[in-house]
Write a protein that binds this ligand. Sequence first.
Ligand SMILES: [Zn+2]
Length: 655
Amino acid sequence: MIEQELTQLVSRSKKIGADQSLVVYGGGNTSAKGRIKDYLGRDRDVLWVKGSGADMQYGEAVDYPALYLEELLALHKSDELDDDTMVDYVTRALVDPSARRPSIETLLHAFLPARHIDHVHADAICALTNHEDGESAVREAFGKGFAYVEWIRPGFHLSKLVSGLKDYEGVILAHHGLIVWDDNSDKCYQKTLDAVATAEKYLATLRKPPQAEFKHNDLSDAQIMELLLTLRGKIGKKQVLRRDSRLRAIADRSDLSTVLDAGAASADHMLRIRPWSCSLTQENLSAQVDSYRQRYDAYFEANKSLLPPGYGSHGNDPRVFLVPGVGMIGSAPTVKEAMMLADIAFHTHSVGATVVDCFARPRTLPDSEIFGFDYWPMELYKLKLKPKAPAMTGSIVIVTGAGSGIGRGIALYLGSLGANVVLADLDKNGLEATEAEFVKNKYPQPLLAPGDQSDETVVADTVAQTILNFGGIDGLVLNAGIGVPGKLEELSAQQWRKGLEVNLTSAFLLTKYGMKAMRAQAMGGSLVYIASKNAFAPGAGFGGYSVSKAGMIQLMRIAALEGGAAGIRANALNPDAVFDNSKLWEGGIREQRAKEHGVKPEELEDFYAQRNLLKARVRSTDVAKSVAYLLSDDSSRTTGSVIPVDGGVAAGFPR
Ligand SMILES: [Zn+2]
């Protein structure tokens, strides 16, 4: 049985969580009080409070651990409790010791007597308080009904202070948010909405937008691509760069730096988007990133005495960039995280703009307070719990022929390693089937590039969309290919040309456009050509195919020669007889090859396995693992090489 108060708490919190102008991604917390029977059947008063880091929008009953209220109230007698001790004591009050860790603001909820409490980090409330005259603005907007509390980091001290304000209608916390309460859940929710509406109404009377509004022209796709590649190279990390246009109006403002100086709206925003954002254009990009890094290093040096032992800097790179003519660019290991940055940056900088437009003296927290929050042990603890990211997180790789066979196998394997994969293939249905596998396995959402990759405009577009979607490019897997059966005396010129087009020209074109982009990005890169055992050990009756694959090896060598100075590596794999869901064997090729080898079509796989030294069937996963190796830094000193993945075929040894 789920108690009524808990049910009400969960449904009210979902409504709050769904509105990002109230809370973003795990910010804020809500609670309810009620009575349960404990494990010995005794009636006990409890507090249900949001779990630390839980996102209200998706939170269920399990995300609101119950705590014995009596145990929590006993702590009110203390004069001082440091964070560690407080967390220790609060944890001891859990009804279910294995429940998720309750919010750091648990005692704030416990010490207020109301049955239902909402605490949100609302944009309008932060816009009202984040300036030198915050207290008088609150007075003017709310009258005497609400208490105003200057910024204090969440914890025991704030909880105790707020408990003394229980006779007010609610509490407004500068640079933080709002607390309201009621014994009725619906009324409590309504009080949150009313307080936010009151703040918004007041702000609307003050808002004076900047007079000389100058709208920057839209950047063209070519300019955006250049900017993304330069920026990714400048940061020098394999990660995603994602644009978001919601901040366009702010990015175009002539007083952008004043807006950014207003800082994070609510302190918890800075944990995700860092204490500051970075504004830049193509022209000043490098200098702006350098000066951001210098500023961060100076801030870290000046405050590092506050750092708990065993921790270092979070790194000095910005995560959020404001770009006139574009909007915002977020840099993160995954698209999902980059989109989260965009959501938070949108709210934080919209609040900053409102403060600048409404009040004379915008104010951000002092650096030492920012540092105290940025490196707060309670938050560092959450970082520690974060699982290690998969090996290829942040990498961006195009795989051709990804609609079936080896290409699909490679793409899925790279997806399992966390890579951002672009799936290219002529076969749109095949691509969608591969995409469905990505979704089913919860791999990062791939980008589909349907089209004929031997057509130059299609290839140019595949590379462009890769950059526009993910922000750069780290690897190419040149895998698209078709079988070309027939003896030379029988092969038509049309079949011959088709084989060359699909197997070789497509590889040339992707090499051309991919290398160009990698050179502009200046982070090196890796090109992996899926050739064939046939490149070195050709088969009679399979000439069109064997010649194109031999050409691919030569193409790889030239790419290694021309790309080396830019750190771009090129290597080839020579697989043989990979059958799992490969289309290479369709259309009579299985029968033709079986006849050529004097076996029945259904015996072909065993025939090939018996032919190699290891007597092993070669699977697409064997090829995929070698691809991942060649894409990774584990092979950073290898270029121009050919690795057989054929079970060992003496005639096909590289030489
Ligand atoms: Zn809070």
